[in-house]
Ligand binder design. Structure first.
Ligand SMILES: C[S@@+](CC[C@H](N)C(=O)[O-])C[C@H]1O[C@@H](n2cnc3c(N)ncnc32)[C@H](O)[C@@H]1O
Length: 205
């Protein structure tokens, strides 16, 4: 049993490296690919739910030079270090996309937007932070509400929550609901904490 501490140290070391890679590089690389798959024209209105410091929001903004990239968040520092609207605003300036970025303080369960105003609604690792299931259901229903007919929804999140989102979407006015694994680049320490994605398209009214 003398090897047990070494095995534990090895597993913890690998988990640390995976986590650090996912945070610093993996998440960004995967989202670039997901945004590529959307084949944006460049004039869309995008909404990022729980945008935090702007990892996905700003990558989206770079792809819509004639459009708008809107981020909504409660800026909870418990969910992301250094989380603040002013930080995201500074990041948008640093990326040179501040002219098309709009930030709103608001709750995903009650979005401060009218119906059908967005071509694309994205969310990265945010909805699971709503602790109760009813709240997560409401957030997904709100995401559908603010999509225009034909608009696309992409939610990437951790763990079993994604099945819940798929269930909500199955009973919503959307088509083509799909769920897929996003792979080791978005494992948070190991395969026991991995990211999955659910996608759908808002049906015509
Ligand atoms: C883990 S961070 C992810 C941030 C960003 N999407 C990313 O991938 O880097 C989760 C974000 O969700 C936000 N959040 C959590 N619950 C929220 C709620 N009910 N309404 C709005 N934002 C919320 C937090 O403030 C935080 O910015």
């Amino acid at each position: 049993m003398a090897w047990l501490p070494f095995l534990c140290a090895l597993v913890m070391g690998v988990a640390f490296v995976l986590y650090a890679h996912s945070t610093r590089r993996g998440k960004f690389a995967v989202w670039e690919e997901l945004l590529d798959e959307l084949e944006l024209r460049g004039d869309e209105r995008l909404l990022d739910l729980g945008c935090g410091r702007g990892a996905v929001l700003l990558a989206g903004a770079r792809r819509v030079p004639e459009g708008r990239a809107v981020g909504v968040d409660l800026w909870r520092s418990a969910d992301q270090t250094g989380n603040a609207r002013s930080t995201t605003s500074r990041n948008a300036q640093a990326e040179g996309v501040q002219d098309r970025v709009e930030l709103h303080t608001g709750d995903l369960r009650e979005l401060p937007f009218g119906d059908g105003g967005f071509d694309v609604v994205l969310s990265s690792l945010a909805v699971h932070n709503i602790k109760d299931e009813e709240g997560r259901r409401r957030a997904v229903a709100e995401a559908v509400r603010v999509l225009r007919p034909g608009g696309r929804l992409v939610i990437a999140d951790i763990g079993r929550s994604v099945s819940l989102y798929g269930g909500v979407l199955g009973a919503s006015p959307v088509s083509g609901v799909g769920v897929r694994e996003l792979g080791w680049r978005m494992w948070w320490g190991g395969p026991w904490m991995r990211t999955r994605m659910v996608t759908a398209t808002r049906a015509a009214d």
